[in-house]
Design a protein around this ligand. Structure first.
Ligand code: AKG
Ligand code: FE2
Length: 188
C-alpha cells in the first residue's frame, strides 16, 4: 500500500494481478522487475491462511472441499477517513458481493487490525432486514478475526465509514464454478 494508494478513502491491492490503487487509477506492482512486494514467505503464509479459510467454509456450509475454488479478486484493502474522490472510494454503501463480483459464491474477510484501537468506525454490518435496523448484525474487526458468508442477495452488507486511523483487511473469495477457479499467485 505504501507504493501507491488512492487519494480517497479506499485503496486495494489485488494479490493475483498486482493491481494497486494509485491516485484515481491502478498500477501493477508486479510489473516492476524483481519487485519485493511479496516474499516467498508472504506467499507461503497466504496459501496457508487461504487453505484454512477454505476448509472452514467447506465445513461450515457443508460443501465438498473439492468443489470449492479460490476465485478472483482476492485483495488487501486499506480504508481511511478521507473524503471519496472516485466512486471506488465509497466503501460505506450497502451492497451484495455477487452483484460486484459475479464469480463469488462465498466471501471471507480476514481482519488485520483492531476496531477501536487502530481505527474508529469501520465496523462491518449485515442488513438482515433492510427496513428494520434492529435486525442488523455487526462485526467488529479484530486482528486475526475471520468472517465468512454466502455472497448473494441473502447477505446485503456495508462497512461504516472510518472516522480515524487506518483499517486493513484482506478479502478472500471462493466459487463453486471450476471455470472461475484461480491458482495461488506465484513469484516470477
Ligand atoms: O472490509 C470489509 O469488512 C468488507 C468489504 C466488503 O464488503 C467488500 O469488499 O465487498
Ligand atoms: Fe462486500
Amino acid at each position: 500500500m505504501a507504493l501507491g494508494g488512492s487519494q480517497g478513502g479506499a485503496s486495494i491491492m489485488d494479490l493475483h494481478s498486482g493491481a494497486l490503487s494509485f491516485n484515481d487509477k491502478f498500477i501493477n506492482v508486479y510489473a516492476q522487475k524483481k519487485h519485493n512486494v511479496l516474499t516467498p514467505t508472504d506467499l507461503a503464509v497466504y496459501k496457508l491462511v487461504r487453505t484454512k479459510i477454505q476448509n472452514a467454509i467447506a465445513e461450515t456450509f457443508g460443501i465438498d472441499i473439492n468443489s470449492l475454488f479460490l476465485t478472483h479478486p482476492t485483495f488487501f484493502s486499506r480504508l481511511t477517513s478521507l473524503e471519496a474522490v472516485t466512486p471506488h472510494d465509497e466503501y460505506w454503501h450497502a451492497h451484495i458481493d455477487k452483484h460486484t463480483y459475479e464469480s463469488f459464491h462465498y466471501t471471507s474477510l480476514l481482519y488485520l487490525n483492531d476496531y477501536g484501537v487502530d481505527f474508529k468506525g469501520g465496523r462491518f454490518i449485515f442488513f438482515n432486514d433492510i427496513s428494520n435496523p434492529t435486525k442488523n448484525v455487526t462485526v467488529e474487526p479484530r486482528k486475526g478475526r475471520v468472517s465468512m458468508f454466502t455472497s448473494g442477495s441473502e447477505n446485503p452488507h456495508s462497512v461504516e465509514r472510518v472516522s480515524e486511523g487506518l483499517r486493513f483487511a484482506i478479502t478472500v473469495s471462493f466459487t463453486c464454478d471450476p471455470l472461475k477457479a484461480i491458482q495461488d499467485p506465484v513469484l516470477k
